[in-house]
Design a protein. Structure first.
Length: 385
């Protein structure tokens, strides 16, 4: 069994992995490149496949108290907000949570620290050589196992796995939040609404006990010229790009108090998740377009699965093989499905739109269920020892 476990990156995957490993009596160290955890404000939807595992760690109730439990996801047309399909959520249980990413990170970090987890800031991993890890600040450490949780831009993936860099997807996302108190009285704000339009789509949902409405507006764009992947968003541009969309979303945009614009990047599906004593997790393993709201959920599945596999098998090679087998298939599959979902969301041909809407009406619920029903606890039990 590995004596020293190092996690690179304190995002959703790194922090949750830290919590899971501590619960199983391992003592990892997390190294984060930034000087503190100051995540951007943005909403995240967590479906049953993730909340089931958050519950195992005792975090679910706190997340519910900070977030919101939506009852429906409504698919609508972009111009007149006509309902295409409504799918119920949280019918008999509280397993779908909409939350501010800052609250999610905070709950995970506090839990990890309460278990005496070690979290070291200002350590930007520069390279790894066998068991040695080097940081930009000239510090060095050794580790039996290194888990790269360094996000979609993962330098570790590029250097030690596929030698490729992420590619701009020709899609941008504006992300913002609007205080509920600023908006007109409308029950629309209480649920998840997804508007499908030509070359783009918009999602909005309540977070922070319903006091804020988070939105994501996606649109095709030829180039991304900013050096950074996230930039300050400009209201004028957002309102002009979506000027032909319905009044409700325009009201939501115009009253938002915080706007960022993101370039959405992609990487090709990967062929392996393990290279010697190094493994990939979260966005570093399966970076995906966010159209199924599954990036963080899969990061949570990865972290839980790995720490359970480590606990139940004393042979490390077998643990690594099982991790790769289980998570490669799931991650690559959802990555492809997210891309297809984007294509479906952004149709502009009216015959194809008609077919897409008919498909949604018939299969809308089952598509959702098929993704959310994944149970990492059961999947681990089905693996050969
Ligand atoms: C518009 C949009 C909407 C989304 N909506 C949802 C949603 O509703 N539901 C959902 O499940 N997911 C959603 N996601 C996806 C989700 O945000 C990501 O999948 C998730 O944050 C991935 O977590 P991670 O820990 O792998 O990476 P990150 O959260 O990116 O964390 C990586 C960490 O590693 C650190 N790091 C990087 N390099 C180094 C280094 N060299 N040394 C040390 N530290 C390093 C970084 O500073 C960072 O703290 C959305 C994404 C987008 C863009």
């Amino acid at each position: 069994m590995p004596e020293k476990i190092t996690i690179i990156g304190a995002g959703v995957s790194g922090l949750f992995l830290g919590c899971c490993l501590k619960k199983n009596n391992y003592h990892p160290t997390i190294y984060e490149k930034d000087i503190s955890l100051s995540p951007y404000g943005a909403g995240v939807n967590l479906s049953k496949n993730a909340t089931l595992l958050l519950d195992k760690l005792g975090l679910k109730d706190e997340l519910i108290s900070l977030g919101y439990l939506p009852e429906r996801v409504n698919f609508r047309s972009f111009d007149n907000a006509r309902l295409i399909k409504s799918v119920s959520l949280n019918e008999n249980s509280n397993d779908f949570i909409s939350i501010d990413r800052r609250d999610l990170i905070d709950v995970m970090k506090e839990h990890y620290l309460s278990l005496n987890g070690e979290l070291i800031f200002d350590h930007n991993c520069s390279y790894i050589k066998d068991t040695e890890i080097y940081f930009h600040n000239k510090q060095k450490t050794t580790s039996d196992l290194v888990i790269a949780c360094d996000g979609i831009k993962s330098d570790i993936r590029t250097k030690y796995f596929d030698n490729l860099i992420p590619k701009f997807s020709n899609l941008v996302a504006w992300r913002g939040m609007t205080p509920r108190s600023e908006l007109s009285s409308n029950s629309l704000w209480d649920q998840i609404n997804i508007y499908l339009g030509p070359h783009g789509h918009i999602v909005h949902y309540p977070i922070s006990k319903g006091n804020k409405i988070n939105f994501v507006a996606i649109r095709k764009q030829k180039k991304w010229e900013d050096e950074s992947w996230v930039s300050q968003g400009h209201m004028k541009e957002l309102l002009s790009v979506f000027s032909s969309w319905n009044e409700d979303v325009l009201e939501l945009f115009s009253k938002s108090d915080n706007l960022h614009k993101w370039g959405l990047y992609e990487r090709k599906s990967i062929k392996k998740l393990v290279n010697g004593n190094l493994l990939l997790m979260g966005d570093a393993a399966h970076p995906m377009l966010p159209f199924l709201a599954q990036g963080s959920c899969l990061a949570i599945e990865d972290a839980y699965s790995f720490s359970e596999l480590l606990k139940i098998n004393t042979n490390l090679n077998k643990t690594l093989t099982n991790y790769q087998k289980l998570r490669l298939k799931r991650g690559n599959k959802i990555q492809v499905k997210s891309r297809i979902q984007g294509y479906m969301n952004h149709l502009s041909n009216r015959y194809l739109i008609f077919l897409r809407n008919a498909f949604l009406r018939i299969f809308g619920k089952s598509i959702q269920v098929s993704i959310h029903k994944y149970n990492a606890i059961k999947e681990i039990k089905h693996l050969p020892n």
